[in-house]
Design a protein around this ligand. Structure first.
Ligand SMILES: NC(=O)c1ccc[n+]([C@@H]2O[C@H](COP(=O)([O-])OP(=O)(O)OC[C@H]3O[C@@H](n4cnc5c(N)ncnc54)[C@H](OP(=O)(O)O)[C@@H]3O)[C@@H](O)[C@H]2O)c1
Length: 219
């Protein structure tokens, strides 16, 4: 029987890449996206549901998918405050994972970040680590965590910090060898491809992948 996927963050850099891979993948018969606004895309396999992310339980039925992919995220600058950032990067993914566990989803796949650590003094890394820890306590059959380094890709929105980061990080990446490989930047499409590949593997329990492992899996 064809697989079903639920994707959160389909309008984002990685989520957008993942959506196109899922729609092109013959193993998936239905791909549902939870969005704040409809995407300008129609596809026979695509089901779009506009939701209020503060009330994800209203879409609880959508979480009965084989795989739930969570590519949500924001920046503190864009969100406007640490509290608003935490809502998108902690509360929404955790609530999604809770609904996935309750709905019996086979796998929950989450992007956090390189350096995610619940004990980090850096707020961003701490929130990413905390969400990993909180989700790991849920009764999920399979929980896969992807911790990419700097993301490369064609972002519609202009982010000055990111543009400068790409300019610096891309050439520097060539010097990052051995244990430093995980700091190399990575294409959003490679992250999406790695998530899709891991979704199809017969894995149980918690597994996490750093950027160099994501690079190998998604290439
Ligand atoms: N950028 C990097 O270099 C980098 C590096 C390592 C890890 N990461 C992490 O990787 C993940 C994916 O990153 P990305 O760059 O692909 O993300 P992105 O392009 O910024 O996309 C984020 C997604 O989250 C959704 N979202 C944001 N705020 C929301 C809100 N208040 N309510 C509902 N949905 C909301 C967006 O939907 P809308 O279109 O509706 O806003 C979009 O679909 C994130 O968790 C990020 O922290 C990023």
């Amino acid at each position: 029987m064809a697989r079903t996927a639920l994707l959160l963050g389909a309008t984002g850099l990685v989520g957008g890449e993942l959506l196109s891979l899922l729609l092109a993948d013959q193993e998936y018969g239905q791909v549902t996206v939870l969005v704040r606004r409809n995407l300008p895309v129609t596809h026979p396999k695509l089901v779009q549901r506009v939701v209020n992310f503060d009330q994800l339980t209203d879409a609880a039925d959508a979480f009965r998918a084989d795989e739930v992919f969570c590519c949500l995220g924001t920046t503190i600058k864009k969100a406007g405050s640490q509290e608003a950032f935490r809502k998108v990067d902690y509360t929404y993914p955790l609530e999604s994972a809770r609904l996935a566990a309750a709905g019996g989803a086979g796998k929950f796949l989450l992007i956090t970040s390189l350096g995610a650590d619940a004990k980090s003094p850096v707020f961003y890394s701490r929130v990413k680590g905390e969400v990993e820890e909180a989700i790991a306590r849920l009764p999920l059959k399979t929980f896969l965590i992807f911790r990419p380094s700097f993301l490369f890709g064609n972002r519609q929105e202009f982010r000055l910090g990111e543009k400068l980061g790409i300019l610096i990080w891309k050439p520097l990446g060539l010097l990052m060898m051995g244990p430093f490989r995980k700091y190399r930047g990575i294409q959003a499409r490679t992250v999406a491809a790695a998530m899709l590949r891991k979704a199809k593997e017969n894995l149980t329990g918690r597994h996490q992948y750093n950027s160099d492992q994501i690079q190998k899996t998604g290439s």
